[in-house]
Ligand binder design. Structure first.
Ligand code: ZN
Length: 200
């Protein structure tokens, strides 16, 4: 029996979120509409505001607020200008910041090279990275990518493209199992991986 097509539609949307299965999406939807303290309205407002106010930094790709020219990390003149840390996802920047092991610049690729998913070098923010390298004269590029076949291919591509350019290209020394990523690393492991980075 279908209780309500509206409830069902809400559950279908929730089920698209990472880590949410069909059953828990249904429970969440029911909880939202039956909660007496206005959780649904609160969530609706937060969703609307996030949609209107959250933007991605045009330079590094990190999350910022609408109306700002650059994110706070890019705008901070006190950070190390010589080194840039390349990540796949903007959320990884926040994870690395929490580790306290890095004080340079960031660059989020917004993906990785994945022929299986039809994503080539031109489909991620690689050209912006190469433009920044020309303009900002980094001395070192740290690849803080995840540990899987596509991330390895992306790291190899970047390493090849920057060969003989006088820039040190290194990759995190990961103590993480294959298939896991930056997002699942604890701050201590990340700080250690940054310190033990190896040239590619
Ligand atoms: Zn930025």
């Amino acid at each position: 029996v279908k209780a309500s097509e509206y409830l069902e539609r809400l559950a279908d949307s929730l089920a698209k979120l990472p880590g949410v299965g069909k059953r828990s999406a249904e429970r969440m939807a029911y909880r939202l509409v039956s909660e007496p303290h206005g959780l649904l309205a609160e969530l609706a407002q937060a969703l609307q505001e996030a949609g209107a106010q959250v933007r991605f930094c045009p330079q590094c790709g990190c999350i910022m607020t609408a109306g700002e020219a650059l994110c706070r990390l890019c705008a901070d003149a006190g950070r190390d200008q010589d080194v840039v840390c390349v990540v796949e996802d903007p959320i990884d920047i926040l994870t690395i910041e929490k580790s306290g092991g890095f004080h340079g610049r960031y660059h989020a690729l917004m993906g990785k090279i994945s022929p299986m998913q039809g994503s080539g070098p031109d489909d991620i923010r690689l050209h912006i990275l190469f433009e920044r390298i020309e303009r900002e004269h980094f001395k070192e590029i740290i690849l803080a990518l995840n540990t899987n076949v596509e991330s390895d291919a992306t790291a190899a591509y970047i390493g090849e493209a920057l060969k003989n350019r006088g820039i040190r290209v290194s990759r995190l020394a990961f103590g993480l199992p294959v298939g896991s990523g930056i997002a699942y690393a604890d701050p201590l492991t990340l700080a250690r991986a940054l310190k033990g980075r190896q040239e590619v």
